[in-house]
Design a protein around this ligand. Structure first.
Ligand SMILES: [Zn+2]
Length: 372
C-alpha cells in the first residue's frame, strides 16, 4: 500500500474546515471524493439535502441497480468550528496522525475509497455497491437520515465506517437516545403576602425529577439525565414557570417504549392542583440492537478476520451513529469499519497509522464475501 499517497489524500480533506455548519467546506470535501471516485471509474451523484447542510454524495458501480449487496456509510462533517484546520492542521507523529476529523471520520471515508479501488474488475462487475457520504451526522443526520434510510432499504447489509475503537473493536450495538423538554406551569404569588395563593412550578419540577429518575433501570442500561433545569424570576415570587431537559438512553427499543409511555402518562395526569406539565419530545434515535441477521453478518466478519489475521472483537457503545437509523429499519448493520482511532471531538483525536492497511483489507474482503 502506498502510505504516502493515502496520507496526502487524507491531509487534503482534514485540512478543510468542515463542521456541519460550514456548508461550503463540507461541499468541498464531497467534491474531492467525487473526483477520486470518478477517476476510479465510479458513478457519483451530488444529493441536495437542503440549504442548511452541505450536499450528500452518492457513489455506485452500478448506476441502474435496484438493489445493492452492500451500502457503505460515512459522514463528511466534523464538530469543529471554522479556523480549526488552520490552527492545528494534520500532523504525523510517532505512528499516529492528528488533526480535526482525522479518525472521525475522514480516514473512514478514505478506507472505503481504498477498499473499493482495490476490487478486481470481476468483483466490480459481480457486486452491486452503494456508498452514502452524508454532511450532518454530527448533528444527528436530521437532513440525511431519510436519504440513507431509503438506500439502506434497497441494500442487503449496511457497513458504517466510523473508526474502530481504541482497542480495535468493531461496533455491534449502540444505545438509542431520546430528548424531552418538560414545561411546568403554576401560579405566581408574592412569597411574603400571600404564598398560599401560589402554586410553585419549581416545587413541581423538583418532585417530578425525583419521581421520574425512578424509571431508570441500571441492569437494562436505561438511564435518565435531567441535564438542564431553569425556572423562576426572583426569590420573593412563587414561580409560575420552570422547565427541564431530559436525556434518555437505552440499549433496546422496548425499554424506550416503556419509559416513553410512563413519562407521557405522568405528564398528562396532574401531579398537583393548578400545575400543568407539557411534555415535548425534541429528538429520538432508536437503539442499534443486533438481530439474528446481524449475528450472521458478524460471523462473516469474524471469518474474514481469521483469514486476514486480524482479531475481531465487538463492543456495544453508548454513543449513536447512522447505524442506529439503518438498524432500526431492520437492515443488518455493523459499525466501526474505519481504521483505529480515539479522542474524538477533541484536539487529542488521533488515528493509528498501522491500522490503516489492515482495516482496508478487512473491509475489502468483507465486501467481496457479501455477494457470494
Ligand atoms: Zn463520526
Amino acid at each position: 500500500m502506498n502510505t504516502e499517497q493515502y496520507l496526502d489524500e487524507l491531509r487534503s480533506v482534514v485540512n478543510i474546515d468542515c463542521g456541519t455548519q460550514t456548508v461550503a467546506g463540507v461541499a468541498c470535501v464531497a467534491d474531492r471524493f467525487a473526483t477520486w471516485y470518478q477517476q476510479a471509474g465510479w458513478h457519483t451523484e451530488r444529493v441536495n439535502l437542503g440549504e442548511r447542510v452541505g450536499p450528500g454524495m452518492f457513489v455506485t458501480n452500478h448506476a441502474d441497480a435496484e438493489q445493492f449487496d452492500v451500502l457503505l456509510v460515512g459522514h463528511m462533517d466534523t464538530v469543529f468550528p471554522e479556523g480549526t484546520a488552520a490552527e492545528r492542521p494534520m500532523t504525523v507523529q510517532d505512528g499516529r496522525v492528528y488533526g480535526p476529523g482525522v479518525s472521525d471520520m475522514k480516514s473512514g471515508l478514505l478506507n472505503i475509497l481504498w477498499a473499493l479501488r482495490s476490487l478486481s474488475p470481476a468483483e466490480k462487475e459481480r457486486l452491486k455497491i452503494a456508498v452514502a457520504m452524508n454532511p450532518d451526522e454530527e448533528t444527528g443526520s436530521v437532513f440525511s437520515h431519510q436519504w440513507i434510510g431509503e438506500l439502506a432499504k434497497r441494500s442487503a447489509v449496511v457497513l458504517v465506517c466510523e473508526a474502530a475503537r481504541a482497542d480495535g473493536s468493531l461496533v455491534k450495538a449502540r444505545k438509542g437516545m431520546a430528548r424531552y423538554r418538560l414545561d411546568f406551569r403554576g401560579v405566581a404569588a408574592h412569597a411574603g403576602n400571600d404564598p398560599h395563593r401560589g402554586r410553585s412550578a419549581i416545587n413541581a419540577l423538583a418532585q417530578t425529577i425525583v419521581e421520574l429518575n425512578g424509571l431508570a433501570d441500571a441492569e437494562a442500561g436505561t438511564t435518565l439525565n435531567f441535564g438542564v433545569i431553569q425556572g423562576g424570576d426572583a426569590a420573593n415570587i412563587v414561580a409560575d414557570k420552570a422547565h427541564a431537559i431530559l436525556d434518555l438512553r437505552f440499549w433496546n427499543n422496548e425499554e424506550y417504549q416503556r419509559v416513553h409511555q410512563s413519562l407521557s402518562q405522568f405528564c398528562s395526569t396532574h401531579l398537583l392542583a393548578d400545575i400543568s406539565i407539557q411534555l415535548l419530545q425534541e429528538a429520538h434515535t432508536p437503539a442499534m440492537a443486533p438481530s439474528r441477521d446481524t449475528e450472521k453478518l458478524m460471523q462473516l466478519v469474524e471469518d474474514v478476520g481469521e483469514q486476514e489475521g486480524i482479531a475481531i472483537h465487538w463492543q456495544a457503545v453508548g454513543g449513536g451513529s447512522d447505524a442506529n437509523h439503518t438498524a432500526a429499519l431492520g437492515v443488518p448493520s455493523l459499525d466501526g469499519f474505519g481504521p483505529i482511532g480515539a479522542g474524538f471531538h477533541s484536539p487529542a483525536e488521533y488515528l493509528e497509522l498501522d491500522s490503516i492497511a489492515p482495516r482496508i483489507r478487512l473491509l475489502k474482503q468483507v465486501i467481496v464475501r457479501l455477494g457470494q
